[in-house]
Design a protein around this ligand. Structure first.
Ligand code: MG
Ligand code: ZN
Length: 282
């Protein structure tokens, strides 16, 4: 687990801002110096503050044994909050999916295509990025509600951030909640958010050995979307080999080949989503 990404503390300070249209951005302040600067922002949006945790500093020279104990503690606390999220989502029959990938795999584009196709199913989106609200804006352009989380130094979403986001966005009953994680194939594998499934996106512009290099992520994912397959004629990517690599690290994974650009395979992905939503509403 990363100890430099801002997860080695008692919990993130989150700062909620609503713009004039009611769009919400949650900003995570992880480090002491950032926390100090947080008070210098222009506060004219009438947002609420939540500084529940005192400022702290990172100890980058922590002995290895202690670092492992701290990591275990962080993950245990995260798992407890994730279990609360899962129970809350199940009670309102919300299907939550945690979309994970490297940066640039086309997650947001795939989501906008999905939302434009699945117009008969109520959905909401939580967007995770270190900075900018660009991806939430792309989602909102489809007419679907989106909440942006800016993780700052953090390289993954955690259950506490998602808990706050769920409280703010209030997904409706029998809906799908898509959570687009920060583009990173490493620590998002370890942080349960309370989702029903992790869905990994692997694009054909990446190496087909990614599942072998980052097995934890592919092992944690129920479904792998092989994206940008419209580019297969132009890239050296061997789709069959990539699929075999996914199955080598996770024999239970389902692999679907899709293109957000041409729409190929989107019907199969949407059929999978609808089947999962039926299971969530039981
Ligand atoms: Mg994105
Ligand atoms: Zn991280």
């Amino acid at each position: 687990m990363c100890t430099t990404c801002g997860c080695g503390h008692s919990g993130p300070h989150m700062h909620e801002v609503r713009d004039a249209d009611g769009n919400i951005t949650l900003t995570v302040h992880d480090h002491e110096h950032e926390h100090a600067h947080a008070h210098e922002h222009d506060h004219d949006h009438g947002h609420s503050h939540d500084h529940a945790h005192p400022a702290h500093s990172h100890d980058h020279d922590m002995p290895a044994g202690r670092a492992i104990a701290v990591e275990e503690d962080i993950l245990a606390r995260n798992d407890a909050i994730a279990a609360e999220n899962r129970a809350r989502l199940a009670a309102s029959h919300v299907l939550a999916l945690n979309l994970v990938s490297s940066p640039g795999s086309g997650k947001t584009e795939l989501l906008t295509k999905t939302l434009r196709t699945l117009t008969d199913i109520p959905s909401a989106v939580i967007e995770g990025d270190q900075e900018t609200t660009n991806d939430a804006a792309r989602i909102r352009a489809t007419g679907v509600r989106a909440l942006q989380i800016n993780t700052g130094k953090g390289c993954h979403l955690d259950a506490q951030m998602v808990k706050r986001a769920i409280e703010a966005i209030k997904p409706q009953e029998n809906s799908i909640l898509f959570i687009e994680n920060v583009g990173n194939l490493v620590c998002p594998a370890e942080f349960d958010l309370g989702e029903a499934h992790k869905v990994a996106v692997l694009s054909v512009t990446e190496g087909e050995d990614k599942p072998l290099k980052y097995p934890d992520m592919f092992r944690a994912s129920s479904l792998v979307l092989m994206n940008k397959i419209d580019l297969l004629p132009y890239v050296p990517f061997d789709a069959d080999k990539a699929e075999a690599n996914v199955l080598r690290v996770n024999p239970k994974a389902k692999v679907l080949r899709v293109s957000a650009t041409t729409g190929e395979g989107i019907d199969k992905w949407c059929a999978w989503l609808k089947a999962q939503l039926v299971l969530a509403s039981l």
